[in-house]
Write a new protein. Structure first.
Length: 166
């Protein structure tokens, strides 16, 4: 085996020929796992104020974005090719106004009891919530920015706990 093929086979999502594969998690125990992800959506102050006062042309921007994030977490395995479909026990999406941006801080928490983690589900939830917020407010402003999509924390699994440094 060459060094290249040895390196390829040591990567969990590549087989010995270097082709993408879904990782076999059948030998791992099902444990409680949770992941929290965050994102922010920055906009002009007038757009922020219109959303906050309920004057967006498409209706309730924040409720729609929150629901879209929850729905997206449940569809992650259909969107990201090598993700395992997981039984999600809880998905929470919180969207908080941040007048300093101005805009919104989005946070999603996803919990399961499974053989693999839910980081991708949490990241998908905040991403789609942010995209939906953009879609619901684009009539007011096209320059809305989606920023800082990131994993904030995770618990459970072989790799243990992770807490974002910032």
């Amino acid at each position: 085996m060459t060094q290249d093929s040895a390196q390829k086979s040591s990567l969990s999502h590549l087989n010995s020929q270097g082709q993408a594969q879904m990782v076999d998690v059948s030998s791992k125990p099902a444990t409680r796992r949770q992941a929290v992800a965050g994102a922010q959506v920055r906009m002009q102050r007038a757009t922020f104020q219109a959303i906050e006062t309920g004057n967006a042309p498409k209706g309730d921007v924040l409720a729609t974005a929150r629901l879209a994030g929850i729905m997206a977490a449940k569809q992650t395995a259909n969107l990201i090719p090598l993700c395992h479909p997981l039984p999600l026990h809880q998905v929470e999406v919180h969207i908080q106004p941040d007048a300093q941006l101005p805009g919104y801080q989005i946070q999603a928490s996803v919990t399961t009891k499974a053989e693999t983690g839910v980081e991708m589900e949490a990241l998908t939830a905040v991403s789609v919530a942010a995209l939906t917020l953009y879609d619901m407010a684009k009539a007011l402003e096209k320059s809305i920015q989606i920023e800082s999509i990131r994993l904030l924390s995770k618990t459970g699994g072989k790799s243990g706990e992770y807490q974002s440094p910032s």
